[in-house]
Design a binder for this molecule. Structure first.
Ligand code: SAM
Length: 292
């Protein structure tokens, strides 16, 4: 078997051969530790029945490890300079397809239909570009793609926010948005030293297992998320004050909001950060029906 791409020596040789210079603006921090990469693939439980979407293959370090275990890998890379490199490094793996595209612009459902017909499950596995972590995760979830799960490396601070519980300082609208669709767990923290160049922040691997249906039932999802954003708009304010100030017609409806909070048995003096997902759902359903 070829030597792994993700060793410091081979990565350096590849980068030098192509005269590649890292673009900070594209979140280019490449992994140079094969053990960390195989742990990512382990946590994703990739098998020969799995179709994998990878975001940002870089020079193919993770792609290679995925290709060895998956049925098929489709990798989206935005940086054209990496395409000739990937062509060479991934040449031994016929089950890999690299697509030159910004993943945020990609039609992922179409890519799934075209590439994964013969796969039993689909996982997203990636070492994400940190400048777009949240938009990428939200796109994957909001498009309601037929995914089994998402296992990604990201900033530890973002992983902590995603997996946070109510009444912690990390808990916020991102925790609820992601936990609404998935069961979220940080599975490993990763030191800066396994990347080249080293990022400024610590990293973590998070596993998101997509729920069969969202954790709570809400009729008006858009309004539910609007209530959550308003609820956290100013963390030190009470839920009542935040709703009054940050819902479009909140000020005129103060009395109604107070009554609704009382009706669903949520103390109007509580802060948004103490409300569970279930309480936000209850509140948004009641407000949606009675008010806005
Ligand atoms: N997978 C490689 C690894 O682990 O060594 C590289 C990971 S690096 C953190 C992020 C990669 O995402 C880079 O290759 C970068 O060019 C690519 N990238 C950045 N923004 C992107 C986007 N919007 N769509 C697709 N790829 C992107």
């Amino acid at each position: 078997m070829m030597k792994d791409i993700a060793t410091p020596v081979r990565t350096k040789a590849i980068l030098e051969k192509y005269g590649f210079s890292f673009k900070k603006s594209l979140g280019q921090n490449f992994l140079i530790e094969p053990n960390v990469l195989s742990r990512i693939v382990d946590h994703a439980e990739v098998t020969d029945k799995t179709g994998v979407i990878e975001i940002g293959p870089g020079i193919g370090a993770l792609t290679e490890q995925l290709a060895r275990r998956a049925k098929k890998v489709v990798a989206f890379e935005i940086d054209q300079r990496l395409l000739p490199i990937l062509k060479e490094t991934l040449d031994p793996y016929p089950n890999v397809k690299v697509i030159h595209q910004d993943v945020l612009e990609a039609n992922l459902q179409e890519a799934i239909n075209e590439n994964f017909n013969d796969c039993e499950e689909i996982m997203v596995v990636a070492n994400l570009p940190y400048y777009v972590t949240t938009p990428i995760i939200m796109k994957l979830l909001e498009e309601k793609l037929p995914l089994k799960g998402i296992v990604v490396m990201l900033q530890k601070e973002v992983a902590d926010r995603i997996a946070a519980s109510p009444s912690t300082k990390e808990y916020g609208s991102l925790s609820i948005a992601v936990q609404y669709y998935t069961e979220a767990k940080t599975v490993m923290t990763v030191p800066k030293t396994v990347f080249v160049p080293q990022p400024n922040v610590d990293s973590a691997i998070i596993r998101l297992l997509v729920r069969d249906k969202p954790i709570v039932e809400v009729e008006n999802e858009e309004f539910f998320f609007q209530i959550i954003r308003a609820g956290f708009a100013q963390r030190r304010k009470t839920i009542l004050n935040n709703l009054v100030h940050f819902l479009p017609n909140g000020k005129e409806s103060k009395l109604k909001i107070e009554e609704t909070l009382e009706h669903v048995k949520i103390d109007s003096r509580r802060r948004g950060e103490t409300l569970s997902i279930e309480e936000f759902a209850l509140l948004s359903e009641a407000l949606d029906k009675g008010l806005f």
